[in-house]
Design a protein around this ligand. Structure first.
Ligand code: NAD
Length: 292
């Protein structure tokens, strides 16, 4: 079994991005600049945004964190987004999800200028991705594709089962795995799928993105399958300083000797999400996807 080391690959990519930024700056270009809007005080969201800001510093990007009270109205948040859309010094920005219940996230995401939508959540980017046109690819699926590429995992003609159909992970993942050049036959499973175990047992590649800790067990995995674990769940753990531990959607200990490749949690897909955001921002700063 080969452990897919997301920390190692993400550090390599950060070095590559840092080198590219230094070349751009030496050639007289400005530093790429990512902004993030964080609404409220959700612990996990603060941690994720913190990682994104720190990663920007590591590679030589500028970053701007805009914090809003969780009492902000939908209209006020839209104003904030319009300001970033019109700010020529910001190359790309994200609105950290989830948003408070009184704000309609779909409505908010529609307000982001597609050319600055480095999370790739806007329907224009999603549509362009489906049509194989230049687009910002959502960060987590893009990170998984990078791991598959860098570990030279065979995909052509393989059967890939994606568990979870969310707009940010499962559904885009199913699109990317079926693309020409990757050439998997994809089955997209969700909470209403019947015979999930049988579907998984037919899979050469399982991508688990359902948010249910240790859901995928050894009896669901064909010997030699590739396992990509996207899940991140915080479980209470008094033995940890933080009071919790992070668990994925796969029973790692049970599955690891059954498969050919596996991503650990933490240290697998998670770090790749952040570097994909950096790569999208680098593309935005060079106007490689949209040239306006
Ligand atoms: P979501 O809650 O939006 O979607 C979950 C999906 O799983 C749904 O489509 C649902 O139909 C499906 N599902 C739920 N229960 C199921 C079951 N019993 N059988 C089959 N399908 C089932 O979640 P999400 O935003 O896609 O995130 C999924 C997981 O990935 C979460 O743990 C989240 O924290 C994690 N995540 C990790 C990263 C990362 O960087 N590693 C990024 C985003 C999300």
């Amino acid at each position: 079994m080969t452990l897919i080391d997301g920390n190692l690959i993400s550090n390599q990519i950060k070095e590559e991005v840092k080198e590219k930024v230094s070349q751009l700056v030496q050639a007289g270009h400005k530093q790429p600049h990512l902004a993030a809007i964080l609404v409220g005080n959700d612990g996990a969201s603060q941690t994720y945004v913190g990682h994104k800001v720190k990663s920007c510093e590591q590679v030589g990007f500028k970053s701007t964190l805009i914090r809003c009270e969780d009492t902000i109205t939908e209209n006020e948040l839209i104003q904030q987004i319009h300001q970033l859309n019109n700010n020529p010094y910001i190359d790309g920005f994200i609105v950290q999800l989830p948003l408070p219940k009184h704000i309609d996230a779909d409505k908010i995401l529609l307000e982001i200028d597609a050319s600055k939508d480095v999370d790739g959540f806007h329907p224009i980017n999603f549509g362009r991705m489906c049509l194989n046109l230049p687009a910002y690819i959502p960060a987590t699926p893009m990170g998984i594709m990078t791991l598959i590429e860098r570990y030279k995992i065979e995909t052509a003609g393989k059967h890939c089962v994606v568990i979870g159909r969310s707009n940010i992970v499962g559904r885009p993942m199913s699109v990317l795995m079926s693309r020409s050049g990757i050439d998997c036959t994809v089955t997209l499973c969700h909470s209403r799928t019947k015979n999930l175990k049988e579907e998984c047992l037919r899979a050469d590649i399982i991508i688990a993105a359902l948010g249910k800790p240790q859901f995928v067990t050894k009896d669901m995995v064909k010997p030699g399958a590739v396992i990509i674990d996207v899940g991140i769940t915080r479980l209470e753990d008094a033995s940890k300083k933080s009071g919790y531990r992070i668990v994925g959607d796969v029973d790692f200990e049970g599955v690891k000797d059954q498969c050919s490749f596996i991503t650990p949690v933490p240290g697998g897909v998670g770090p790749m999400t952040v570097v994909s955001l950096l790569l999208n921002t680098l593309q935005a700063s060079q106007k490689l996807i949209y040239n306006n």
